[in-house]
Design a protein around this ligand. Structure first.
Ligand SMILES: [Zn+2]
Length: 167
């Protein structure tokens, strides 16, 4: 991938409560665990944070405004499809994602074995090579809701550039 100048950055955060029974979906990847994330959509905190960061970078309304949980269309929605819609929308406005740096906050399960798959899936959704996507996982040292294993959170930053065909 050619080097492109980042013109704007966005930050995204999200947290969802864990409930018994899977599946657990993080970054579009199903992870074996006895709990899943509660949410109006599929509860994928990683894809929600990434989607919100992209929307924020270009000054569009946030994910909650765009895909309101009062709207039955988004019940059980595939968060990958929502992210793809946003990537296409910002693309039509002349923006392209350059990179994304993701931190998943989870006490359990251990994510080291799944980071590669999440990276590949997020990269595919964004149309990026895998080396422009970073997935890091941190525990919360036993502190707060994440540390007690009641929730999984995500923080991420994205960089965007003007699309090469829309200078
Ligand atoms: Zn969410």
């Amino acid at each position: 991938m050619e080097n492109r100048l980042i013109e704007c950055v966005g930050i995204g955060t999200d947290i969802h409560r864990l409930q018994s029974g899977g599946p657990l979906r993080l970054g579009g990847v199903e992870i074996p665990f006895d709990q899943g994330l509660l949410g109006h959509s599929d509860g994928d905190v990683v894809l929600h944070a990434v989607t919100d960061a992209i929307l924020g970078a270009v000054g569009l309304p946030d994910i909650g405004e765009r895909f309101p949980d009062s709207d039955a269309r988004y019940r059980g929605a595939d968060s990958g499809a929502l992210l793809s819609e946003v990537v296409a929308d910002v693309g039509s406005r002349g923006w392209a994602v350059v990179n994304v740096d993701v931190v998943v906050h989870a006490e359990r399960p251990k994510l080291s074995a799944h980071k590669g798959a999440i990276r590949g899936r997020v990269a595919a959704l964004l149309g990026l090579p895998a080396d422009r996507v970073s997935i890091k996982a941190k525990t919360n040292e036993g502190l707060d809701a994440v540390g007690r294993g009641e929730a999984i959170g995500c923080t991420c930053v994205v960089g965007l550039c003007r699309s090469p065909d829309r200078k």
